[in-house]
Design a protein around this ligand. Sequence first.
Ligand SMILES: Cc1ncc(C[n+]2csc(CCOP(=O)(O)OP(=O)(O)O)c2C)c(N)n1
Ligand code: SF4
Ligand SMILES: [Mg+2]
Length: 282
Amino acid sequence: MANQFCTYETAWCPGCGNFPIIDCLKTTLEELGKKPNEVLVAAGIGQAAKTPQYINTNAFCGLHGRSLPAAVAAKIANEKLTVIVNTGDGDSYGEGGNHFIHNIRRNIDITHFVHDNQIYGLTKGQASPTSMLGLVTGVQVDGNINEPLNPLLLAIAAGAGFVARAFSGKKEHLIDIMKQAINYKGYALVDILQPCVSFNKVNTFSWYNKRVYELKDDYDYTNKINAITKAMEFNDKIPIGIIYKENKPTYHQKNKILSDNIPLIDKSINKKIIEDMFQEYI
Ligand SMILES: Cc1ncc(C[n+]2csc(CCOP(=O)(O)OP(=O)(O)O)c2C)c(N)n1
Ligand code: SF4
Ligand SMILES: [Mg+2]
């Protein structure tokens, strides 16, 4: 049976690491039994941020760095929607860095899949927040002079309840992590290592393949100190899997108006209160 999330022509380069991610996303949604109208895929601007245009769901592309505010607003308006952000490392951690930190604190029940190619792909190879020190590209000819950000460490420190890493070259594992992230009640971050075959000539499929290893069942992701140590492992070995998980109250559970399980869009409005308020300004 054809996947109801459909296949579209894309503007991505042949061999781009975005292809396995979108394939896995469609399989994940299908296998979770989601219907296209029950899902919103949101993004900002970038190569990864074109994802909403290539999948048959509700879609929103905002400004660069503004994927999370749009996604959060949609979830607050209609908690019945499965809200997924698919966007880049620059969009999430650079231009959107402020939103990243503060939406972790809110713990809204959305899923954040970061296509982390360690580069600004769309704009042809400038260093992103996760680019490695010294990375040379066509526009970064003397090498990146800034220390990379560790998004997993930052997310754990900011209080995220679900923090994971995956690799677009390991599809079965990625689908498993995507399912767990979407089913998690609260903000879930999955940093997905995604080669950009055109502009990042260092962090290639073979570079990641040599380094990534799957966390074993005996790894205790509920231990925050363990998780901090694991999150810092990004050298000759890179762990993939759930790095940290903890159940915490969601934004909807904490908020008096939203905690009754009635979506904001279905709540009745007392027009008299609004009319009286407008009268005060006339
Ligand atoms: C406020 C703002 N700054 C810069 C840009 C230019 N710009 C568009 S996409 C992009 C980089 C995107 O990188 P990333 O989010 O990592 O996505 P990728 O293309 O690598 O998938 C930049 C700098 C912009 N559109 N808006
Ligand atoms: S520039 Fe890089 S990230 Fe963008 S489509 Fe091409 S390979 Fe993919
Ligand atoms: Mg990028």
